[in-house]
Ligand binder design. Structure first.
Ligand SMILES: Cc1cc2nc3c(=O)[nH]c(=O)nc-3n(C[C@H](O)[C@H](O)[C@H](O)COP(=O)(O)O)c2cc1C
Length: 186
């Protein structure tokens, strides 16, 4: 059984987070640990028709972002890694500078100090030099991967959902998790 921590922060792209959680829920070999920021809750209400409770129901364990004493705040709690999707520039700044004033940020800090995989689906446009400096800094940590939700066309998508599936497939490939209808380049 793989254990994956999913963090959702307040950047645009909530359908991506929901798509990812649905894929993980459908996989009997994955246990999902979820933490959302306040900004994420606001953005979910803005960008989707799903309630926060319905998002919670897609995970096996849900944490209060204020509870910095939760299990995922400790390196002794073993997980395979963490995905922050979508990842705001404020959360990027917090991770890059070790400023762990909420559980999501602390869990990222733990991934880095324990050298576990941390995938950041970072989303902002345009990117300022502050954003780019923080991202470049994080990209030098070998267990951190910056994976912005870029549009892809080589897989011949016919819908936004096809594009989302491609991105989610790429993210989950990092944990050797396969999803249906993920078109790999041949
Ligand atoms: C609808 C909406 C969309 C947003 N989109 C982005 C975004 O794409 N990228 C970003 O860095 N911040 C975005 N923000 C701003 C963040 O939510 C804000 O900076 C917040 O403080 C992030 O905190 P968090 O990372 O703890 O969730 C958005 C806010 C709202 C309300």
């Amino acid at each position: 059984m793989k254990k994956i921590v999913v963090g959702i922060s307040g950047a645009s792209g909530m359908p991506l987070a929901i798509h990812l959680l649905k894929e993980l829920k459908a996989n009997p070999n994955v246990e999902t640990h979820l933490v959302l920021t306040k900004g994420a809750e606001m953005t979910i209400l803005q960008e989707t028709k799903i309630s926060i409770e319905d998002v919670y129901s897609l995970a096996d364990v849900v944490y209060d972002n204020h509870n910095i004493g939760a299990s995922i705040a400790s390196g002794t709690f073993q997980v395979d890694g963490m995905i922050v999707i979508p990842c705001s520039m404020k959360t990027v700044a917090g991770i890059a500078h070790g400023y762990s004033d909420n559980l999501l940020l602390r869990a990222c800090d733990v991934m880095i100090k324990e050298q576990r995989k941390l995938i950041l689906v970072t989303r902002e446009s345009p990117l300022s030099s502050i954003h780019l400096d923080n991202l470049a800094y994080l990209s030098k940590i070998h267990t951190v991967m910056i994976m912005p939700p870029m549009l892809t066309y080589y897989n011949l998508p016919e819908s936004i959902e096809d594009m989302e599936r491609h991105l989610i497939g790429k993210v989950l490939s990092q944990f050797d998790i396969e999803i249906n209808n993920f078109k790999r380049w041949k």
